[in-house]
Design a binder for this molecule. Structure first.
Ligand SMILES: NC(=O)c1ccc[n+]([C@@H]2O[C@H](COP(=O)([O-])OP(=O)(O)OC[C@H]3O[C@@H](n4cnc5c(N)ncnc54)[C@H](OP(=O)(O)O)[C@@H]3O)[C@@H](O)[C@H]2O)c1
Length: 248
């Protein structure tokens, strides 16, 4: 039987080692999250791949099997705050260089067509979850070498870029998470932590759809480069996958 590394099968010494670059990724079962898992593990990083239902993702399972235990899978619904606290306790001694909030959901609606339940759910996933994850894992990030918190946002959250209206639900969640990341960049600067919201481009995933001009490989390769080169001076800026700065 093939072994699937998880927190119960990985030796504690491995989890504690500060010598291995470590990233924790949410929404790791498909789309941009899955590609982040692929590219970070290929670059030799230890990857905590958090997916709502890992068993549902054959691609993640295949990646894990070929990863020589570099990818450690954990089932995590990001709206479950008790589960986030539980994972943080289990990783209490593990420095996390990059906390990467990728999980997200659409809540697009035109004026007069608001679905307030979907909008509320999207707030829990797109806004409250990145905040909760940052609060739960701040000590592990502060204990790491790179000390970065990155949340996937969208140009649709930009006021300056909004010349087409609509999309009230999704736009408002991404604007809200931008505000959160900006405050974090100020509040956590004294601990050496860099915090940025990042726009991945319009990417061909389930969310981006087949007409999107950018493939996941290009978007994630760009974001990896930008994250790798992030400096404290860039903390609190709204960046694209090419490293350009977007207007709020
Ligand atoms: N694609 C684009 O063009 C684009 C553009 C701008 C910004 N973004 C942002 O980039 C991020 C990733 O988008 P994507 O295109 O990869 O989207 P996607 O293909 O629709 O994937 C969404 C991911 O979020 C996860 N997720 C949703 N709700 C969750 C929950 N409650 N707990 C845990 N995971 C949850 C999904 O897990 P399940 O498989 O369990 O549903 C899935 O892994 C999102 O934040 C999105 O807003 C994307």
């Amino acid at each position: 039987m093939t072994r699937k590394p998880n927190l119960d099968t990985i030796p504690r010494e491995y989890l504690r080692s500060p010598l291995i670059r470590t990233v924790l990724i949410t929404g790791a079962g498909r789309g941009l999250g899955l590609e982040f898992v692929r590219q970070y593990s290929a670059a030799g990083w230890r990857v905590f791949a958090c997916a709502r239902t890992p068993a549902k993702s054959a691609s993640l399972t295949a990646l894990v099997q070929g990863s020589a235990e570099k990818i450690i899978v954990h089932a995590l619904d990001v709206t479950d705050h008790a589960a986030i606290d539980g994972l943080s306790r289990r990783l209490a001694d593990t420095p996390i260089d990059v906390l990467l909030n990728v999980a997200g959901m659409q809540a697009s609606s035109g004026f007069g067509k608001s679905n307030y339940q979907v909008w509320t759910d999207a707030f829990r996933v797109n806004v409250l979850a990145p905040m909760k994850l940052a609060e739960a894992f701040v000590a592990q990030v502060a204990a790491s070498d790179q000390k970065k918190i990155v949340t996937l946002s969208s140009t649709l959250g930009s006021m300056g870029d909004n010349d087409s209206g609509g999309l009230y639900g999704y736009r408002s969640t991404k604007a809200a998470v931008n505000a959160i990341m900006k405050s974090m960049s100020i509040d956590l600067a004294a601990r050496g932590i860099i915090a940025v919201p990042m726009h991945p481009g319009w990417v061909r995933t389930d969310m981006g759809g087949p007409r999107a001009p950018i493939d996941v490989q290009t978007s994630v390769a760009g974001m990896l480069r930008v994250i790798d080169e992030l400096t404290q001076a860039q903390s609190g800026k709204f960046l694209t996958y090419t490293g350009a700065t977007l207007p709020w």
